[in-house]
Unconditional design. Structure first.
Length: 132
């Protein structure tokens, strides 16, 4: 259940194709090989109201949180996180060059005892794979 939630400052819309960012994160997650394809979710939420640093400048931010289920060791999580962050950071290099910008990524593990899910996407992907 890798769920990526991206919050970003509204001023980023004029500098970045956020849809492309969402797809980049999805692809990078797939490339790690540690997440079930049918469980990957990436969403972006534009923050219209925000305050950054001294509030005097047109600073921007993108903050991404990954919530995932238990079961992966620290080394595996770190390798995957570094891969995803590297891809995202490289994609956003132009933003760092044009303006003052903050990028962050945190990974959180959900406790299986307090996390409920229902999903029929996994089965659908299996059928597609079998039937072509």
């Amino acid at each position: 259940m890798p769920h990526f939630t991206i919050e970003y400052s509204a001023n980023l819309d004029r500098r970045v194709d956020v849809g492309a960012v969402v797809e980049l994160v999805r692809k990078a997650a797939v490339e790690t090989g540690i997440f079930p394809l049918g469980g990957i979710r990436v969403r972006a939420i534009k923050c219209e109201h925000y305050a950054i640093a001294d509030g005097k400048h047109d600073y921007g931010f993108l903050d991404m949180v990954l919530r995932l289920g238990e079961g992966r060791d620290l080394a595996t999580r770190k390798t995957a996180g570094e891969h995803i962050f590297k891809a995202l950071s490289a994609h956003l290099d132009p933003v760092f060059k044009e303006t003052k910008f903050a990028l962050s990524f945190d990974m959180q593990i959900n406790d299986k005892n307090t996390s409920w899910k229902r999903n029929n996407i996994h089965e659908s992907l299996k059928v597609e794979t079998i039937n072509g």
